[in-house]
Design a protein around this ligand. Sequence first.
Ligand code: C2E
Ligand code: MG
Ligand code: MG
Length: 635
Amino acid sequence: MVQEAKLSAALSEFARTMVTDFPIQAILDHLVERIVDVMPVTGAGVTLISPGLAPRYVAASNDAALRFEQLQTEVGQGPCLVAYETGQAVAVPDVATDERFPRFAPLAADSGLAAAFTFPLRHGDGRLGALDLYRDTPGPLNPRDLAAAQTLADVAAAYLLNAQAREEAREASDGFRRSSLYDSLTGLPNRVLLQQRLEHAALRARRSHAHVGVLFIDLDDFKRVNDTHGHRVGDQLLCAVAQRLSSLSRPGDTLARVYGDEFVFLCEDMRGVADIETLATRVVESFAVPFVVEGAEPKMAVTASVGLAYAGLGEEVSDQLLDNADAAMYQAKRNGRGRHFVLDIREPQQTKEHHPTLAQDLKDAFVHDKLDLVYQPIVRTVDGRVIGVEALLRWIDPARGSIPARTLIDVAERNGFISQIGAWVLERACSDRAGWPRPHPDTPLDVSVNVSAQQLMGRDFSGTVAAILDRTAMDPAALVLEMTEGIFIDDAGRAITVLADLKELGVRLALDDFGTGYSSLSYLRQFPVDIIKIDQGFTADIGRELFGTVIIGAVTNLAHVLGLSVTAEGVETAEQREAITAIGCENAQGFFFGQPMSNDEFTAQLAAQRAPTRFQRQMSTLPITLHRSAGISNG
Ligand code: C2E
Ligand code: MG
Ligand code: MG
């Protein structure tokens, strides 16, 4: 029974990961390892066979398995080859007494192989190779195990075909895409590809902490070059300019030639407006050295005008950025050529003062206790019951109005007071929880608090958490700390130590916005995370993108394999709720269940749910949804 459950888990695991883009080798390695877990065998291997070519061993669970695979090729005989040739499974329950493989059997027995079972990797009427199972003791496999092994072989074959098809499709489209996305003169991305990258940047900026900048570069008097020296020289100059600009670009930047003598830099990972201004200055300065162009002696001196537009944290990234950079470039030309000009759509001419004053005001608000927290319910998908809340920071600036939480966090991080604000959020959330009624004492009521990377890595973070738990008499098991993958990037070693200290306190850890950053599954194995929060961007794809649910399904499935629970963020519609419930996400959060609300509102809502009557208990499998609260808007 246990065996069967394990087997079916392994099967569904593979079936689900099939549609994802995991490297085929990793999947096959994992497959042979898992087979040894779930079947009564000691080794497993996969061999691919193509007519006229030597067999290729693509995966083996251990050295012994690899040796057996090789042995069959060396002697040109063995159960794997028969399974491949006949398309039928071959069982050799006792190698020592089997007479079908006179050359293979004695050598295999000498190396410790007692029984072998091989299964063809079927593909229509043909075969791709075989899945081989080995055992170090003789004896048959029961019919159920034989059938299960053939199913695994079929799954492996489907994988291989799928990977092959993907590979072929990619190769076929690459040639076409290169020609339609790149400029044939300079080899740089063209306007179409730039547009795609900009759309991508817009998505990323919405989900991550990215500042996006655009530089629009236009050569001064290029028309005169063409008129005086001819188009061939003009073309060569453009190539030389492209090369020089390329040398300024950093990994992740896109440099495109959009038209004639117009180039655009798209920079997605700027730390702030100062970074992009530095790049603009370097671009202008790079034109100080004349260009070597064949047919135009001596070297050619050219200047360029550069316009700059920038979107800070939480600000909309769109085509508008390109238009603004273009407009700024014209302003630069009007100011005299060979210069750059910044067009800042937020506060013209005040770019530099913008953040410091906001920082000062935020600090004052903090000191005068003007910051606030709101709570957004997190519900259990099986019965729709609220099992916790996420605390979210709010500040309404009397002059600027409500400022997005991400901007507040960013400003506090840059100006060195994130740890104080973060500690205040934590303490406030823990003490608020102490005042909440518990209409369903058996249902958890967790508090999730976001922790920024800088705060987590700051001085004695775990000591601060311990002190707050103590002061507020908070149950550590009811506290979830949410962090993003960013913490693993800078100093993974230190992150591991801090997380271990936090686990020691008994709190749980959630990986927030999963899927927006590096999303390496290796982090999940390496770090003691308990919960994955799937980013709202993926939830939004449900019913909109072909693979919307598939991706959430695959992530959820893998999280479950690793023993983690999954919360889907940003659930806004009944369709999304149904999809994530069907997939098996344990918990969900989003406007569909409830907007972030004040502590008073949340307390009142809990109080309104009196202890259930017997009838209500019977009905408790029906979903209870919280009503949207009118007062506080998101962000
Ligand atoms: P997060 O941790 O992923 O929080 C969820 C965000 O999604 C919140 O935005 C929430 O209002 C919003 N949201 C919830 N449900 C839905 C929905 O159905 N649809 C849509 N479109 N959005 C939904 P908010 O409050 O603006 O916070 C943004 C981010 O700021 C948070 O993302 C978190 O990373 C950060 N943040 C907020 N408060 C704090 C804090 O106290 N400390 C730290 N370090 N970061 C915080
Ligand atoms: Mg969060
Ligand atoms: Mg999130």
